[in-house]
Design a protein around this ligand. Sequence first.
Ligand SMILES: [Zn+2]
Length: 290
Amino acid sequence: MVTDRHKSIAKYLREETPHNPRTAELKHHFDAWHIAKGLGKKIDALAKKKGCEDVGLWKKSIIHHMYYVAGTVPEGQADLLGEKWKSVANHVQDIHEHDTEIYPMCDHAHLLGDNNRNKQWLKPGSKPAELLNDILTNPHVLKDIKKISSTYQTSSLEAFHSLIIRFAPKHTGFMWLCQLARYYLAALHYNKNSARLQGVTREGQERFTIRFPKFKKGQHSVRKEKTPATYKYTTNILEDLLQAYSDSPQDLRESIQEVRDQEPQPLASEMDHPDKDEAVRQHRCRFINQ
Ligand SMILES: [Zn+2]
């Protein structure tokens, strides 16, 4: 199971799942993007301190390293995950051999003579190097990293949630059946369109767009531009419905009734209902007494 780093979710899974035979084997992982976001904030805060400005130049590389670690360490090797992650605290100080047998040296080739660097190594033992080291090897951070998800991320689910809003905006209250139909449409649209390929120009070049997401605070990110979404499935649905209706209107009516029968009672019906006259009387008293 892959989730964000919400503490209550972790607590629930830790305490509840072992008792349920269906979930006893369940492993809980954290979504890489959510860990990166928290870490990025800590690095930004450090880069604002006097004398630590250079740390900010390393933020992108450190987050890339996090994704790299998540993608290259096989499932279940939490110790290697931890050591490989911590090696970046050395790497930023131009130290590429590490004091551990599990991960004794960086994976990259020699970096000698690399004149195209956009950032300086941090001086070993200096204040920025030490403070950055504290962030990267912090026990809480390490615990999160050891639970990082290598294969699955939550971004596709989040994309689906924001798509639902387009089919069923929150500012409009829909009847139960209508809301259900809108969820189904959102799911159909998502399944049809989520795996769209990257678009190409007439000249055959791959299309990209530049975005300025809020969390990047003025920094841009480059995104692949996908081919336009298709809505052709709606025509297919209408055709199928017409066909079903002309085959047997009675069958279709019964199917609709079956769905309608699943409608739950309104939420308010579960509440304790006070005597209305009494409730109104008390409401009035409150204003008279003031
Ligand atoms: Zn290195």
